[in-house]
Design a protein around this ligand. Structure first.
Ligand SMILES: *Cc1c(COP(=O)(O)O)cnc(C)c1O
Length: 391
């Protein structure tokens, strides 16, 4: 008999009942150090007092009105995102994949309104992940995500990752946009070199192609800058955000320049819940914490500490781990052992990590993790690695 919850996930046998900062408490009382943070969602850890206050205050005042009316919290969050980014305008969604849907529509509508309706192709890359909607799976294009779900949304051109010549050759008079993650998350924590991102921007400028960045996983402070592309000193035309911006409340957004958004006039897009008062009140609180003076510098400092200790861990367990990679507090340990076995061993040692492509385990701790908790994480990962190598 089919389970009452549709069995699309293979879940670990853990049920958490409470969260405190970087810690999760299992139903049986065991405490786990959470280096997954709900897959880069709990950016400020669990039950952050500022977020709890923002949500409960809004919950007592007003939950939902629809976008038939002005939503002050939505306006406030849009203003904050515009103030702190390249963007001139923001549309709010409930998830990352809905942001992907709009990014694709926006790019195509841009060229339609510019009198070049044949420019509909979106170039994407092997190993990418843009969510599970029809546009999201067509964009990623992997067999794992698309098989059996045809006919797929047409107009996506899939290229190998990191091949600049193939990219240049693939841009035609039908190309609307290039869609890429500055740091691939699901694909195995593969960061783009700053030089590659700069070259990508230059190529887009040269060919008039829109640059769409998917910062759903790497954005909102994760790499030590508010957005990952800032490291390369470039700006996109359109950017997808979700995960960390809500700190655990479901919210996503598409940020865009005035020019890139010019096709999206009244009636061209909408969402019942997108930009609702609850999500936007929490999003404002997240933005206030992450953009407070010194916060991101501290993320960078802690990232250095974690990375250095992970290098030591790799050196201590050469039969389990191969290398460390990533950016800021978005780190991956490429494994020699099977990554799923390492994640599982972590459960035994009371530490949560997340598997990714390319035999990597992801470490995406809350940005608020303390130095002591980083040290404790290394102790627990060391213990986990010892059981794997003994295994
Ligand atoms: C998680 C993720 C998405 C999809 O977000 P959902 O909220 O699960 O729809 C899209 N892009 C990237 C890079 C992601 O990590």
């Amino acid at each position: 008999m089919i389970p009452s919850v549709l069995p699309t996930y293979s879940r670990a046998p853990l049920s958490f009942v409470k969260g405190e900062g970087a810690w999760l408490v299992e139903a049986d009382g065991r405490r786990f150090l959470d280096l997954g943070a709900g897959i880069a969602v709990n950016s400020l850890g669990h039950a952050h007092p500022t977020l709890v206050a923002a949500l409960t205050e809004q919950a007592g005042a007003l939950w939902h009105t629809s976008n038939l009316y002005n939503i002050p919290q939505q306006q406030a969050l849009a203003d904050k995102l515009v103030e702190h980014s390249f963007a001139d305008t923001v549309f709010f969604t409930n998830s990352g994949t809905e942001a992907c849907e709009l990014a694709v529509k926006m790019a195509r509508k841009y060229w339609y309104e510019k009198g070049q309706p044949e420019r509909t192709d979106i170039i994407t890359f092997e190993g990418s992940f843009h969510g599970r909607s029809a546009a999201g799976i067509a964009a990623a294009g992997s067999e794992k995500m698309t098989k059996g779900f045809g006919p797929l949304l047409p107009g996506f051109v899939h290229l190998p990752w990191g091949d600049e010549d193939a990219l240049r050759a693939a841009i035609t008079d039908k190309t609307a946009a290039i869609l890429i993650e500055p740091v691939q998350g699901e694909g195995g924590i593969r960061p783009m070199e700053d030089s590659a991102l700069k070259a990508l921007r230059a190529l887009c400028d040269e060919t008039g192609t829109l640059l769409v960045l998917d910062e759903v996983q790497c954005g909102v402070g994760r790499t030590g800058r508010l957005f990952a592309h800032e490291w390369a000193g470039i700006t996109p035309d359109i950017m997808m955000v979700a995960k960390g911006i809500g700190g655990g409340f479901p919210i996503g957004a598409v940020l865009a320049t005035e020019n890139a958004a010019s096709g999206m006039t009244a009636g061209t897009h909408g969402s019942t819940y997108g930009g609702n008062p609850l999500g936007c009140a929490v999003g404002c609180a997240v933005m206030d914490v992450v953009t407070a003076p010194g916060f991101l510098d501290d993320v960078g400092r802690k990232a250095g500490r974690l990375r250095q200790k992970l290098e030591g861990l790799v050196a201590a367990h050469p039969e389990v781990f191969e290398s460390v990679r990533g950016s800021g507090l978005m780190l991956g340990l490429r494994c020699k052992a099977v990554n799923a076995d390492v994640v599982k061993a972590g459960y035994g040692a009371g530490v949560l990590t997340v598997p990714a492509g390319d035999n990597v385990i992801r470490l995406l701790p809350p940005l608020t993790i303390s130095d002591d908790e980083i040290d404790e994480a290394i102790t627990r990962l060391d213990q986990a690695a010892s059981t794997v190598s003994a295994g």
